[in-house]
Write a protein that binds this ligand. Structure first.
Ligand code: 13P
Length: 249
């Protein structure tokens, strides 16, 4: 049985004082869950968030990083920097980074490898645009993104990779993929992993759904056979709403 992993992606929201108040209110609400609970916060909140989640079951993630350990990369943050302060997870290849910041399948792959070298767990995002969906090439896009992201990883690393299937047309739009649709695409991702790494590995990989997840639709999505939780944007900014999502399964 795979664990449910529910991660909030705060994107470019929340000042440190807001992050601290959020965690004070949120932590008691989710203290009894068996699910893995992660908050992926802006860099400037990381330190405060890490202090605030001490003695709770909440884990902290970053939303991006560079693949190099250090060097002349003005404005970048390295995996080692994240690891050193106690960060455990990192989102890699979010569609907003692919769309606005030139993230490519190649940089995604480099970052995943760097994450593992630094004992960070990557949450790797894949997803099709509306145009790709309408052209009927969702499968091709998703399987190719998955293959390129995982290229050169060991079976053990793949087992420890979290994949978030986030159809781009469903992000922040209020449009959710139907639970059947999301489950079928996630099955295709798992099949692609099975082709390369075998069934045992594929069955271990946590694959989340993301895109307009809310407390009203979380249970239906997260109880599907292949959906192992979610990556939640807007609804993770409200403690009670996000707690209800975490506790929906
Ligand atoms: P929303 O939940 O706001 O649609 O965002 C999804 C997302 O991009 C999470 O990474």
């Amino acid at each position: 049985m795979r664990k449910k992993v529910i991660a909030g992606n705060w994107k470019m929201n929340m000042l440190p004082n807001e992050a601290i108040s959020f965690i004070e209110e949120f932590a008691p609400l989710v203290k009894d869950t068996q699910n893995e609970v992660i908050l992926c916060v802006p860099y400037t909140d990381l330190f405060y968030a890490l202090l605030s989640v001490q003695n709770t079951n909440i884990k902290i993630g970053a939303q991006n990083m560079h693949w190099e350990e250090k060097g002349a990369y003005t404005g970048e943050v390295s995996p080692k920097m994240l690891k050193t302060i106690g960060v455990e997870y990192v989102i890699i290849g979010h569609s907003e980074r692919r769309q606005y910041f030139n993230e490519t399948d190649e940089t995604v792959n480099k970052k995943i490898k760097a994450a593992f070298e630094n004992e960070l767990k990557p949450i790797v995002c894949v997803g099709e645009t509306l145009e790709e969906r309408e052209k009927g090439i969702t499968s091709q896009i998703i399987t190719s993104q998955t293959r390129l992201a995982l290229d050169g990883l060991t079976a053990e690393q793949v087992k420890n990779t979290i994949i978030a299937y986030e159809p781009i047309w469903a992000i922040g739009t209020g449009k959710t993929a139907t639970s059947d649709d999301a489950n079928n695409t996630i099955k295709e991702i798992r099949k692609e992993i099975e082709k390369i790494y075998g069934k045992d590995v594929a069955e271990c990989v946590i694959i989340q759904y993301g895109g307009s997840v809310k407390s009203v639709n979380a249970k239906e999505l997260f109880t599907m056979s292949d959906i192992d939780g979610g990556l939640v944007g807007g609804a993770s900014l409200k403690p009670e709403e996000f707690a209800n999502i975490v506790k929906s399964v």
